[in-house]
Design a protein around this ligand. Structure first.
Ligand code: PLP
Length: 395
């Protein structure tokens, strides 16, 4: 028999992937234009020009070994030095190339970081609802136990008083994600500052460092001129888990990094543990070509203004139809309240109209659906009459 834990993970598929696959099949039957697939966060805005330019240039001018060979386990030193330079110029980060570990996207960054931090079975990682459902998989696989802070459904900011109460002698780290998947909320500098103060106070009380893991795949996808917060500025014991999946529209090419800033407590041990966890999990040497792409594209992103157009289309469209929606400040998700509070039924009713939206029960916040709007704006426009029918089904 196969490993039971892994069997359970492999056979209980994620709701998001199930809906996405259903949409692909349904498109063959009713036609692609009649399926409104808002299920998955797969960016439709093309990667910026620096991506194909770098790939073509590399293929033309470099040897196969330089493009396809192994890099150092932690990533190409020139790429990591370039990243450090960029972070120092942009955020005054004061980091070195040797503080970065290149990974296959945010999933790998999180899995590695959790393995590097959790020392003993059952140590606690605090996560804040609503959260990316895979967190629970990564935490449990690293031997940790998740402690869930219920969502603040009024503001969708961090619930700091609940978080303070949840901190125990077993707390190893707090995991945050802003801009947030699935709520679209962006934590303000004031919120992050207050969190930093709380974690410093509780670490001193407990006599051990509580680390902050900042999961930032949507860092640059932020609207209305809101500031991008460099989290370690407010709490020195922060490990950043970054990915280019969304900012450069490269989810299938699996590239991101872990940054363990210089000022972190036990920096050298923690960075070495990150290298060890990368090795143990088989995540050494992130894709070579895409490490070079990242270096060529420092400071560039896909055209975020297209997501802003979509955001207004879907938010205003659904509000006009009577849906209650959380105003999205970042990422590309709209959080919509189920008209009668039953999210699973809402998802299933929508599915009958070929609208694919995800019930948020597995995001730790039932009663809502997530509408992923990194899609063709024409699809949003075409979907609105069907969202109208969906609302009418409640009357
Ligand atoms: N964290 C969050 C909040 C996400 O939304 C995602 C992907 O959607 C990930 C991590 C995983 O990102 P990646 O595709 O880079 O592994």
């Amino acid at each position: 028999m196969a490993n039971k834990k892994m069997y359970a993970l492999g056979s209980n598929r994620s709701v998001i992937r199930d809906l996405f696959d259903y949409g692909q099949e349904q498109a063959k039957i009713v036609g692609r234009d009649h399926v409104f697939d808002f299920s998955i966060g797969n960016p439709t805005v093309p990667a910026p020009d620096c991506v194909p330019e770098c790939v073509i240039d590399m293929e033309k001018t470099k040897s196969s070994l330089e493009i396809n060979g192994y890099t150092a386990a932690a990533g190409d030193p020139s790429v990591r030095a370039g990243l450090a330079d960029f972070m120092n110029k942009t955020y005054g980060a004061g980091v070195k190339g040797s503080d970065f570990y290149m990974t296959c996207g945010a999933s790998a960054s999180l899995a590695i970081t959790l393995h590097a931090l959790i020392e003993e079975e059952g140590e606690e990682i605090i996560i804040n609802a609503p959260f990316f459902p895979e967190y629970t998989v990564f935490i449990s696989n690293a031997g940790g136990k998740e402690v869930i802070i219920p969502a603040d459904t009024e503001h969708f900011q961090l619930n700091l008083s609940a978080l303070e109460e949840a901190i125990s002698p077993k707390t190893r780290a707090v995991l945050i994600n802003s801009p947030n998947n699935p709520s679209g909320a962006v934590y303000s500098p004031e919120t992050i500052e207050a969190l930093g103060k709380l974690l410093a106070k509780k670490s001193a009380e407990l006599g051990h460092t509580i680390y902050l893991i900042s999961d930032e795949p949507y860092r640059e996808i932020i609207y209305d001129g809101l500031p991008i917060v460099y989290v370690p500025k407010y709490y020195k014991n922060t490990v950043i888990c970054y990915s280019y999946s969304k900012s450069l529209s490269l989810p299938g090419n699996r590239i991101g990094y872990i940054l363990v800033p210089e000022e972190c407590d036990q920096h050298d041990e923690l960075y070495a543990a990150v290298c060890g966890a990368g090795r143990a999990l088989g995540y050494v040497c992130a894709p070579n070509l895409f490490q070079k792409v990242v270096l060529a594209c420092l400071g560039k992103t896909s055209d975020v203004s297209i997501y802003d157009v979509n955001r207004k289309l879907i938010y205003n469209g659904l509000k006009e139809l009577g849906y209650e929606c959380v105003y999205p400040e970042g990422a590309f998700y709209l959080f919509v309240k189920a008209p009668d509070g039953n999210s699973i039924d809402f998802m299933n009713r929508a599915k009958k109209l070929n609208i694919l939206i995800v019930a948020t029960d597995t995001f730790g916040c039932p009663g809502y659906v997530r509408v992923s709007y990194c899609v063709d704006p024409e699809m949003i426009k075409r979907s609105l009459p069907y969202f109208k029918k969906l609302m009418e089904s409640y009357k």
